[in-house]
Design a protein around this ligand. Structure first.
Ligand code: NAD
Length: 426
């Protein structure tokens, strides 16, 4: 798997603090009572496990792993596992809460969780990675499970790692249990359509939001930042719906063509390039990522990473609509500037939730032992994405707030109501 080297972010604000600020605001608007507020702020379970493995050179090395379950209120917990050298328990706690809000806003019957192993995958062999994964899974046997907590891939973890998790769990419970983890290879019970699901979801909510703004796809232009899984699929599907994609970008910079970029050509270029980047792509004039974000366009899709739209560049953004393909691409301090400018922002917890929705479908299919066609997956994904978007839109209208705050109000209210009706045991 490709290791992602985090590039420095000039205007870094802590994305988790940004999320917490938005949660606090939603809690204030909903006038949550103190006890419920405290309940929602505190993870249900936090586990630190030690992962001793024998390295290829025969020496023993001990790694540290985490799993945090923020909430079980809506159902079994769901959330990815990341492998990174600098990951902290605090980060995992914040990401777990984020998952709770995402599942709640999408109306998916899952609580939120996140896991991590503090390791540098670049410095590990495949054998060492497998050992870490299996020992981490074995240490979490009492916590994970199809009815309890279902992991998925995240930063630096992939289908192979999910397959090892599924196999380790299955060996211990003495039966093949596919539904313990999602994001598996298709042959092991992965869902058709999952790989494209996040980008497809971005396309679906983009079209729904454009309708609210009375923007016609065939007469509109879009700019997409990031050309990985989310960015390239979003760009491809939006182009298929008639939008003119005038600029794309990746870590190597931006590529601008006012007549429209040939997205298929760009995808093929990246696939053939040994570096898997757009470097040298001749389908557009080279610009910087900074210039790209400030281009004149109808729709802007940040689908690269966090903290891209900040208080510094927000005043220069000219798009009418921003759809957040990435997690946390807009800082909390940029929110009011975009709002003031009348730019509609579809927030990450809805816009990029196609991935978790497809994970939910994978879990459902594994539990049924009956697999859907890609058409069925796409049709159901569309239904859930549109319904979540419309609910967020209506909530925002009702409270006279942004779509972002509307999404948090919807999610926090749902979890708080569920807690109240379930009651407090103890
Ligand atoms: P990816 O690694 O496949 O692609 C990331 C892309 O962004 C690459 O093209 C990379 O070159 C580019 N990039 C990195 N740094 C950049 C920078 N500073 N400026 C411009 N481009 C830059 O990742 P992905 O899976 O497409 O995820 C992108 C974002 O979407 C992340 O924030 C991720 O958390 C979020 N997300 C992904 C999924 C999913 O299913 N893959 C689901 C939900 C959210």
């Amino acid at each position: 798997m490709a290791y992602q080297e985090p590039a420095p972010i000039p205007d870094k604000e802590n994305p988790f603090e940004s999320m917490m600020k938005r949660f606090d605001k939603a809690a204030e608007i909903l006038q949550l009572e103190q006890g419920v507020y405290d309940f929602l702020k505190t993870p249900a379970l936090q586990v630190i496990v030690s992962i001793p493995i024998q390295m290829d050179d025969g020496k023993i090395k001990v790694f540290e792993g985490y799993r945090v379950i923020h909430s079980y209120a809506l159902g079994p917990a769901k959330g990815g596992i990341r492998y990174a050298p600098d990951v902290t328990l605090d980060e995992v706690k914040a990401l777990a809460a984020w998952m709770t809000w995402k599942c709640a806003v999408m109306d998916i019957p899952f609580g939120g969780a996140k896991g991590a192993v503090k390791c540098d995958p670049r410095k590990l062999t495949k054998v060492e990675l497998e050992k870490i994964t299996r020992r981490y899974t074995a240490n979490l046997l009492d916590i994970i499970g199809p009815d309890k907590d279902i992991p998925a891939p995240d930063l630096n973890t992939d289908e192979q790692i999910m397959a090892w998790i599924m196999d380790t769990y299955s060996m211990h419970v003495r039966r093949t249990e596919r539904a313990v983890v999602t994001g598996k290879p298709l042959i092991l019970g992965g869902s058709p359509g999952r790989r494209e699901a996040t980008g497809r979801g971005v396309m679906i909510v983009t079209l729904a939001a454009m309708e609210k703004l009375k923007l016609k796809p065939k007469k509109s232009t879009a700019v997409v930042q990031g050309f990985g899984n989310v960015g390239s699929v979003s760009a491809k599907l939006l182009a298929e719906r008639g939008l003119k994609i005038i600029a794309i970008s990746d870590i190597t910079g931006g590529y601008y063509n006012k007549k429209g970029i040939d997205i298929e050509k760009a995808i093929q270029y990246v696939q053939k390039n040994p570096e898997r980047t757009l470097e040298g792509f001749d389908g557009g004039e080279k610009i910087t990522n900074k210039e790209l974000l400030e281009l004149e366009c109808d729709v802007l899709i940040p689908a690269a990473r966090e903290d891209q739209i900040t208080k510094n560049n927000a005043p220069n953004i000219k798009a009418k609509l921003i759809v957040e393909g990435a997690n946390g691409p807009t800082t909390a301090s940029a929110d009011p500037i975009l709002e003031e400018k009348g730019i509609l922002v579809v927030p990450d917890i809805v816009a990029n939730a196609g991935g978790v929705t497809a994970s939910y479908f994978e879990w459902v299919q594994d539990r049924m032992g009956y697999y859907w066609t890609a058409e069925m997956v796409n049709e159901r994904l569309e239904r859930i994405m549109i319904s979540a978007f419309e609910n967020v839109y209506d909530t925002a209208k009702k409270y006279g707030v942004s779509l972002r705050l509307g999404a948090y109000i919807l999610a926090v209210d749902k979890v708080a109501k569920t807690l109240k009706i379930r009651g407090i045991y103890g």
